[in-house]
Design a protein around this ligand. Structure first.
Ligand SMILES: [Zn+2]
Length: 257
């Protein structure tokens, strides 16, 4: 993997956003790989509405978002809100590649994937409708709120200009791929508890510390009167899947994927 864009491609374009698209897409097709099976990626024909790349081997699809920035930031601007929610609820959301690059030396500084099994409506933020004077007046876009994605769902291939070994990327992907089989509310609960675990700074934690999130979880799930039971159930599942370890007497340890 090489972190630089192929600047010779710029010659044929004048428009800045077009140049950015050509350089980033070309970089991804030369350097990225399928985090599920390790195969190289194929680019879809231009203007296909849903995804930008796919894996011929395992059929995973990928959408690319890129931004001129040194840091990932908290949000990724995406397309129409209603389309996004529809895709998530019908489980046809693609995986998301997110690329940031430095504009001075046109070099990739971050490149990560958020697998589609991390997508739930909670991470999609509705933007304000476009004003009546806009060309597409009333159109409602959305942002992907990265702060709502558990750390295990942010799989870096390049982080702060450091290339992450492929084996590490693939094992992180495999580590939580079980989420694919969980749908709707059940996926939501697991991700909620993964976020609670992430919110604790230390590598070890207690059941009591997770119970401290009971109130905020109750706000999210007002119809559930058994929040503590739900918490323990998710912790057990995360233990069975190798995401955390039980150390006995209500003590837990995070497992680094
Ligand atoms: Zn693949």
């Amino acid at each position: 993997m090489d972190l630089f864009f192929d600047l010779s491609l710029m010659r044929d374009y004048n428009n800045k956003s077009q140049i950015a698209r050509v350089l980033t897409e070309n970089w991804v097709s030369r350097n990225a790989y399928c985090p599920n099976c390790g195969n190289e990626l194929t680019e879809f024909e231009n203007n296909r509405p849903v995804a930008d790349f796919f894996c011929e081997n395992c059929k995973e699809e990928f959408e690319l978002k890129s931004k001129k920035a040194n840091k990932i930031g908290k949000k990724i601007v995406d397309g129409a809100y209603s389309t996004m929610i529809e895709r998530i609820t019908s489980d046809t959301s693609p995986n998301f590649f997110f690329l940031t690059y430095n504009n001075d030396n046109l070099k990739v500084n971050n490149f990560l994937i958020i697998p589609n099994f991390y997508f739930i409506p909670d991470i999609i933020e509705r933007r304000k409708p476009l004003s009546s004077t806009a060309r597409r007046a009333g159109w409602v876009g959305c942002n992907i709120d990265i702060t709502q994605v558990p750390k295990n769902g942010l799989i870096f291939l390049v982080e702060n200009s450091e290339i992450v070994p492929k084996e590490k990327v693939q094992s992180k992907w495999k580590g939580t791929e079980f989420l694919r089989t969980k749908k709707g509310e059940s996926r939501g609960w697991i991700l909620d508890i993964m976020n609670c675990v992430d919110a604790i700074q230390e590598e070890t934690f207690t059941l009591k510390e997770i119970y401290a999130f009971e109130e905020s979880l109750k706000l999210k799930h007002p119809n559930n009167n058994f929040i503590k039971d739900k918490i323990r159930q998710q912790l057990q599942l995360l233990r069975d899947k190798g995401i955390i370890e039980f150390k006995g007497k209500g003590n837990y340890k995070k497992v680094k994927l």
